[in-house]
Design a protein around this ligand. Structure first.
Ligand SMILES: NC(=O)C1=CN([C@@H]2O[C@H](COP(=O)(O)OP(=O)(O)OC[C@H]3O[C@@H](n4cnc5c(N)ncnc54)[C@H](OP(=O)(O)O)[C@@H]3O)[C@@H](O)[C@H]2O)[C@@H](O)CC1
Ligand SMILES: [K+]
Length: 513
């Protein structure tokens, strides 16, 4: 799925109207219907709250006015408060006229804003994708007043004051919504940690926007999602896959799934090697060999009998690179430590490897402290930094938007695939495209999650049937999905990395086309 800019979103609305022969008012009505359906789902069967709709001067306010009418017709108690403005959009005026007289309408007086009654649900229909500058004056005063009320807030399309695709100044006010309902496609702003407190939970409502326009739209931003049912109804339901694991041929041989080498573990960190090895095995690798420090031999052989083990001559950390000839992919980093001997192993690996590489954890820290090594990265090497590790590889980002630019530049410059781990893990490829992952949960914020991802990436990079980018997107999607499956029994707090390993099998089964 694509993510479009604010300008492209406006063009998308126009294209939809032309393609479907509908007016902008009709499109607005679809948006309002989707919003009223949301209210039904939330409140239709329980206690019905009073709803206060704050409406701005443009089409976002027009959405609010149309929603007020639909909610009033559905017997919700509604009130409308308008932001004072000199001009209003045509569709706003249309929906203002259609608003039933029974709905109380007031114009907000920014100098005299009355307290919001407890229990009121507020709809933020002040500004959406048409925000052209940071909020000041009356609009800023209203947003501040709303935020101080701590009421539940549903934002239409975007929380007011937030730009869809670029940062706003730190001191400019933005509505802190409890929930945001957006139309057609998510907006870039919704995926960034710095905006989480404004956006709240978010959902995307389908209002029948032009798929032809979306397909041809040029954008670097994409989403990777679980398989979705097509809109064409079939029995059994047909699924559309963003990425998928090919079904195994009946006569499949283990060579198809590759022989992977994992270099991992040091004294006190053998758990990282065990977790990554487990994930690689559950990820479907044909054969796995794990190179570990001598002292880790018994641990690995006992916990993962399916893997072969190469013990290093040093007891505590890895000092020698094994002969790479037998392997189709190599992973390095989990629990590796940062000893000078391990650095030499990494350097030699980068110089000599002719197969896909996955670099994580201490391998990234070593790269960060010896950046000249970056020149040695073979094309399509996979790097899996979290935000701190990424900063060590490049520079400290000013904000989340800047970080995305650094990420795309880095991936292009080094012709590699970077997996920036976080709530919406971002996969950047050498062409400058960026894919946000949509699976996973906060239970994954605990030790070992990253080691599991490395093992899974290694398995899918060793799989001879998958191209580099789809393999990486699939691994990231499956990793999050495994966590979402596991959390159903463990809960978020109780989720440990071993649970992820145990759920990789079912996660990949769901992603097999
Ligand atoms: N198009 C469609 O068919 C559909 C659109 N949809 C809905 O429309 C929304 C987009 O509507 P929109 O383009 O009218 O923009 P909107 O966000 O209402 O704001 C524009 C107004 O605000 C003003 N303004 C801007 N910044 C300001 C500031 N800082 N401080 C003060 N004023 C400021 C700006 O004035 P100006 O910049 O011209 O001075 C203008 O008057 C979209 O988010 C979705 O909700 C859905 O119904 C689906 C169908
Ligand atoms: K809004």
């Amino acid at each position: 799925m694509k993510i479009l800019s604010a300008a492209q979103t406006r063009d998308l609305d126009q294209a939809t109207m032309q393609e479907q022969g509908i007016t902008s008012v009709e499109l607005m009505e679809r948006a309002a219907q989707a919003l009223s359906a949301w209210f039904y789902e939330q409140y239709g069967y329980g206690e019905i709250p009073e709803i206060l709709l704050l409406c701005g001067p443009g089409n976002n306010g027009g959405d609010g006015l149309a929603l007020a009418r639909l909610l009033q017709e559905a017997n919700f108690r509604v009130r409308v408060a308008l932001l004072p403005a000199d001009k209003h959009s045509t569709d706003w005026q249309h929906n203002r006229q259609r608003l039933p007289r029974a709905v109380p309408v007031a114009v907000l007086d920014p100098a005299n804003l009355l307290p919001i009654t407890k229990g009121t649900v507020v709809v933020d229909a002040l500004f959406g994708t048409g925000l052209s500058r940071p909020l000041t004056g009356a609009a800023a005063a209203v947003v501040q007043w709303l935020n101080e009320a701590h009421a539940p807030v549903l934002a239409i399309d975007l929380p007011s004051g937030l730009f869809a695709d670029q940062p706003q100044p730190a001191d400019s006010p933005v509505v802190r919504a409890t929930h945001t309902v957006t139309f057609g496609l998510p907006k870039l702003a919704m995926l960034l940690p710095q905006n989480a407190a404004f956006v709240g939970e978010w959902t995307v409502e389908d209002i029948g926007l032009s798929t032809a326009f979306i397909e041809q739209a040029d954008t670097p931003w994409h989403l990777t999602r679980l398989p979705q049912e097509t809109t064409i109804i079939t029995n059994p339901p047909r699924l559309l896959y963003d990425v998928s694991l090919p079904r195994r041929d009946k006569f499949a041989y283990k060579n198809t799934f590759g022989h992977a080498l994992l270099l991992a573990g040091s004294q006190g960190k053998m758990g990282a090697a065990v977790l990554a090895a487990g994930a690689c095995l559950r990820g479907g690798v044909g054969l796995l060999t794990v190179a570990v420090p001598g002292g880790g031999y018994d641990i690995l052989q006992t916990t993962r009998p399916e893997a072969m083990c190469l013990p290093d001559k040093h007891a505590d950390y890895i000092t020698e690179l094994p002969d790479l000839a037998p392997y189709q992919a190599v992973g390095i980093g989990p629990g590796l430590g940062q000893d000078a001997a391990s650095l030499a192993v990494l350097r030699q690996l980068l110089r000599t490897a002719k197969v896909p590489l996955v670099l994580d954890a201490d391998a990234l820290n070593l790269l960060g402290s010896h950046r000249t090594l970056l020149k040695l990265l073979p094309p399509d090497t996979v790097l899996t930094p979290h935000v701190g590790e990424f900063a060590r590889l490049t520079e400290k980002a000013r904000d989340d938007y800047h970080r995305l630019e650094l990420l795309r530049t880095f991936a292009r410059e080094h012709r590699c695939i970077v997996v920036l781990k976080g709530a919406y893990t971002a996969v950047a490829d050498r062409d400058g495209q960026l894919y946000f992952n949509t699976t996973g949960n906060p239970g994954m914020a605990s030790g070992g999650s990253g080691d599991v991802l490395t093992g899974l990436l290694l398995a899918l990079r060793a799989d001879q049937r998958l191209a580099p980018l789809p393999a990486v997107r699939l691994a990231v999607l499956a990793h999050g999905h495994a966590a979402d499956l596991a959390v159903q029994t463990t809960g978020e707090a109780g989720l440990v990395a071993g649970d992820l390993v145990a759920h990789i099998g079912p996660a990949l089964r769901d992603l097999t086309a």
